[in-house]
Design a protein around this ligand. Structure first.
Ligand code: GRG
Length: 292
């Protein structure tokens, strides 16, 4: 089963805009090249596509939220560049290509990540006037919160600290909540903010994203064991080598797969109050069985 067609359309829209947003800027050529190298290396574009689809489901025109969608993909791409650096996971391959620091050197890769992180906040504010300034402020706040110390960066610190140590399932969930779930949840919540959704709708979207986020990371843990480098575009068995704590390590593959299925059903259930969310329901199913 492939991604619903609309997600392929979103990915194309996001890729075009990402290229524009970086190419058009006045900045050192090598920096732009490194940023574009990682931004255009492929990837599922999951976070921006979720943002755009939620925005559409909530009554908006996805084109109006496109720059904000690019913002979340920029933060995600920065995190991958920094995660691959020798001082972090020290991986040479990303999205099927040499990692940014292999292609451009550690110094330029570090700075390309920094530039993507900062540009992300700038472009998130580039929305048309149908979206209120208050909604934009809220979107920026959500993005910063998800990316920062209590979100992705915090999760990464817990991940690094726990390498080679035995941690509990509860600690693992907390780590993955920061490292992975926070950014996926931000995709849904930013869409809610931009669309002016009420609290009840925002809660339903948040519940879906929380379940999808947990299932996504557990599937990632599984793929590190059962996946292959060519399909994944990144090295496999790297969790074991880096002595990472994963669901597979704590529960085994089968029980982890059952948990992914349970979370996927919960995610779909969470969207029922919103009415027709066919594409997001299909997305949940596709992600549960993804091989890349
Ligand atoms: C914040 C300094 C700093 C480092 C980043 C969280 C993190 C730390 C890096 C991301 C690496 C990682 C394995 C995160 C877990 C989430 C995850 C599975 C990311 C991969 O996301 P996909 O599968 O990637 O959506 P594509 O390439 O498809 O965009």
């Amino acid at each position: 089963m492939g991604f619903p067609a609309v997600f392929t359309d979103y990915a194309r829209m996001v890729e075009q805009r990402l290229e524009q947003l970086v190419s058009d800027r006045d900045a050192p050529e090598i920096l732009k090249q490194a940023m574009l190298y990682s931004l255009t290396a492929g990837g599922k574009r999951l976070r921006p596509a979720m943002l755009l689809e939620f925005y559409r489901v909530l009554g908006g025109d996805p084109a109006d939220a496109l720059s904000a969608a690019c913002g979340i993909e920029m933060v995600h791409t920065y995190s991958l560049i920094h995660d691959d650096l020798p001082c972090m996971d020290n991986d040479d391959l990303r999205r099927g290509k040499p990692a940014c620091h292999i292609a451009f050197g550690e110094d330029t890769a570090l700075l390309a990540g920094d530039a993507l992180l900062t540009l992300a906040f700038e472009v998130t504010t580039q929305v048309p006037s149908v979206i209120s300034p208050q909604a934009v402020v809220q979107a920026v706040r959500l993005l910063a919160g998800a990316a920062g110390m209590s979100g992705m960066v915090g999760g990464q610190v817990l991940d690094l600290q726990s390498e080679g140590k035995q941690i509990t399932l509860e600690q693992l969930q907390q780590l993955q909540e920061g490292k992975t779930v926070a950014m996926l949840r931000a995709a849904g919540q930013i869409a809610c903010a931009l669309a002016g959704a009420n609290a009840q709708v925002t809660d339903a979207v948040t519940a879906y994203c929380n379940c999808i986020g947990r299932a996504f990371q557990i599937r990632d843990d599984i793929l590190d064991v059962i996946g292959d480098t060519k399909t994944l575009g990144k090295p496999v068995q790297s969790d074991m080598q880096n002595q990472k704590n994963t669901y597979v390590r704590l529960l085994g593959v089968e029980q982890s797969e059952r948990l992914v299925d349970k979370l996927t059903e919960q995610a779909k259930g969470a969207l029922q109050p919103l009415g027709n969310c066919e594409n997001l329901n299909s997305l949940a199913d596709v992600l549960a069985g993804r091989m890349q």
